[in-house]
Design a protein around this ligand. Structure first.
Ligand code: GLU
Length: 492
């Protein structure tokens, strides 16, 4: 495949979500795969919906995945500026070009007139559309009205007869009857271009070869295509990706549905997934396969494998249900694949943000005993924060040995302490042996004694393997905690 030039063109109106991230990923992959360029363009002409922090969130979100771009608002490039808000004059110029060539026209209809028109159409049960009042004004006459200060917009002169055929790479030919097309506004009365004109002009000027985006843009595809043709430009290859459905598979993901995911510990927003302890490589692996597959069985991919294997031919246009169980699955396998030092580095911020001061060396040792027991990096906190606690909080019910009295529990605690104090070789295997002997001697079950020790050193009912944990905690700390547990029992 020839080198492509592709762009991710988000509007900074909210959080970066799975859909946007997937589009950016596919753009990036096909650009890298073909030795082409990936461009980030910020489509910020809709000033009413503009959210100032959104652009930074998009940039940080993409960098979190390891995605970078060759041209963009933060790094510049030969086809800039890359904020549409800095390209107002360009769109003005191209809007007027279309008027001149007869593909667009100035429209002076007032808001009141338009809303009356709409009401009438509603009453007649007709779809809302512009009635064409200014469609045939001469340019001379229009120029005069502009010169006299009348406000105006520029509308596209959509064809009214026959049909338009557009080709989408995944969906083949799409045919629309031209009488269904409205005379869409290209430039508003405040001089700002609407997305339709701005995107088409930019895609042409930035030499975009493939427009890859969500299929919510399919309905306006004929318009975009017609604008390209009106300028006499070659159209890019259009690629409209699959829609994401709710986890149930019934219907599209709505805002309300998205907000409701919170209670189950999930989210469709990238910054939330990071906070919840999902690895970027897992999220990326997951979304890569929501609309693309390499074959019918390979599912583990890292970024470098995706770059090597990705192709537009294997994109799937069918809707994809968002399956968070699958995300958990990918997170587990990507966590397991991290070398211990890398695991420690990634998991550390989850501890420090909760106020723990973390010993990194210890964290590297903890990695192999917890990495198969957690689904998210956040789970590491629940599993392993006892390693970094100054004080363990005990619970009377859990601290007393099963089926025994407080007194007997204290006795067991003392025996265990004594044995461990004499222990020279402080490795998991070496600690386990005398403990097993003690069980026999005291006629107790492993469950009774080991639960007691687990509770004493961690304050948890569930922990990573006990003896490995004791080895990592160190002899002094283990004895200290056993001692605290005994004191706690004495005070009951
Ligand atoms: N600004 C549009 C959006 O945020 C981009 C659509 C496109 O890629 O053409 O969805």
């Amino acid at each position: 495949m020839n080198p492509v030039r592709v762009r991710f063109a988000p509007s900074p109106t909210g959080h970066l979500h799975l859909g946007g991230a997937r589009t950016a990923l596919y753009d990036y992959l096909i650009a890298r795969r073909t030795g082409g360029q990936f461009i980030l363009r910020i489509e910020d002409t809709d000033r009413k919906r503009f959210v100032p922090e959104a652009e930074q969130e998009i940039i940080e979100g993409l960098h979190w995945f390891g995605i970078d771009w060759d041209e963009g608002p933060d790094i510049g490039g030969p086809y800039g500026p890359y904020h549409q808000s800095d390209r107002k004059e360009i769109y003005q110029e191209y809007g007027r070009k279309l008027v001149k060539s007869g593909h667009a026209y100035f429209c002076f209809c007032s808001q009141e007139r338009l809303s009356q028109m709409r009401k009438k159409q509603q009453a007649e049960k007709k779809p809302p559309h512009y009635d064409g009042t200014c469609r045939n004004l001469s340019i001379n006459e229009a120029e005069k009205r502009i010169a006299s200060g009348e406000p105006y917009v520029i509308r596209f002169k959509s064809p009214k007869e026959r049909h338009t055929v557009v080709r989408d790479l995944l969906r083949g030919e799409i045919i629309v009857e031209n009488h269904t097309l409205d005379d869409y506004i290209l430039i508003k009365s405040d001089g700002w271009a609407l997305y339709h004109l701005a995107a088409v002009v930019d895609d042409h000027l930035m030499k975009i070869t493939h427009v890859i985006r969500g299929s919510e843009w399919l309905p306006t595809l004929p318009l975009h295509s017609l604008i390209h043709r009106a300028f006499g430009w070659e159209e890019p290859t259009w690629v409209h990706l699959s829609v994401f459905l709710k986890p149930s598979g019934k219907g599209k993901m709505s805002k309300r549905e998205a907000a409701g995911l919170d209670k189950d510990g999930y989210s469709i927003f990238i910054k939330d997934l990071k906070k919840l302890g999902y690895l970027p490589e897992a999220v990326m692996n997951w979304i890569a396969l929501m609309g693309w597959s390499y074959d019918d069985h390979t599912e583990y991919f890292k970024l470098e494998n995706l770059i090597e294997k990705f192709s537009l031919e294997r994109l799937n246009p069918s809707p994809a249900a968002i399956n968070f169980t699958k995300l958990d699955h990918f997170n587990k396998i990507h966590i397991k694949a991290l070398p211990p030092s890398e695991f420690a580095e990634r998991v550390k911020p989850y501890f420090t943000s909760c106020g723990y001061s973390v010993n990194e060396e210890m964290l590297v040792k903890i990695a192999p005993i917890i990495n198969e027991r957690i689904t998210t990096l956040n789970d590491a906190l629940e599993m392993a924060s006892f390693f970094f606690k100054d004080k363990i909080e005990y619970n009377a019910e859990a601290m007393v040995v099963r089926d025994l009295s407080v007194k007997a529990s204290i006795e067991i605690g003392r025996e265990v302490s004594k044995l461990l104090a004499d222990q020279r070789d402080w490795t998991a295997a070496a600690i386990e042996l005398p403990m097993r002997a003690l069980l026999q001697k005291m006629d107790l079950s492993a469950r009774q004694v080991f639960s007691f020790i687990r509770e004493a050193i961690s304050g948890q009912r569930v922990s990573p393997p006990l003896f490995e944990s004791m080895e990592i905690l160190g002899k002094d700390q283990v004895l200290n905690r056993l001692n605290n547990a005994i004191n706690f029992l004495q005070d009951i």
